[in-house]
Design a protein around this ligand. Sequence first.
Ligand code: SF4
Length: 201
Amino acid sequence: MPTPKRITVAGNPEFKTRRDLPCRNYDPDLWYSDAPTEQQKAARICQRCPAQRDCLLFALDHDLCFGIWGGHTPAERKAIVEERNRRTLRPHVVLPDPPARAAQPWKWPGARRAVDVGRVLDAARRVLDGELMRTVEAATGLHNAVLGEGVAVLRWAPDLEDDVRDGWIPMKTAARHGRQVRDAYTAAGAHPNGDAAKVAA
Ligand code: SF4
């Protein structure tokens, strides 16, 4: 464990009392040099340290921005933290392949209307109850289930919205894909925005 000359480290890590730390046998400045060659030399020495893992974890936990700790430079530690945060917020989610477009667009006026109405409904039904669905259904002539499909496309398969509106992908197909995407995120405890708490049913 190098003796920090340029920073004060909070806490007293237990590993630094060990007598077999390789850095004890070198000038501590080597671990706080700005020269890349010296940083690499310090990092190489760390590779044979029995406390390397503890040293690295200590630096990560204490957000240490200077020096070589556990064989890693500040930039490398920053990358480790970012990757760790990314994985925590966004578990790996295997999404289904999107449906293929038809050879010819098909025409169904209801698709365009359902997507448009679904857009409004998607926002509105977050605060209103099922009565709204019945009101919109009565006003538009669109069945509740069709509106639900529009919502599924908008919320979970927004990339398909234009294809649905232009008749390249049937609404039912796009909505089924949207629900598969939703299920994949739900199974992983994740959300497309990275907020695990917002997994929608
Ligand atoms: S990992 Fe490197 S800096 Fe940390 S205690 Fe070991 S030799 Fe010292």
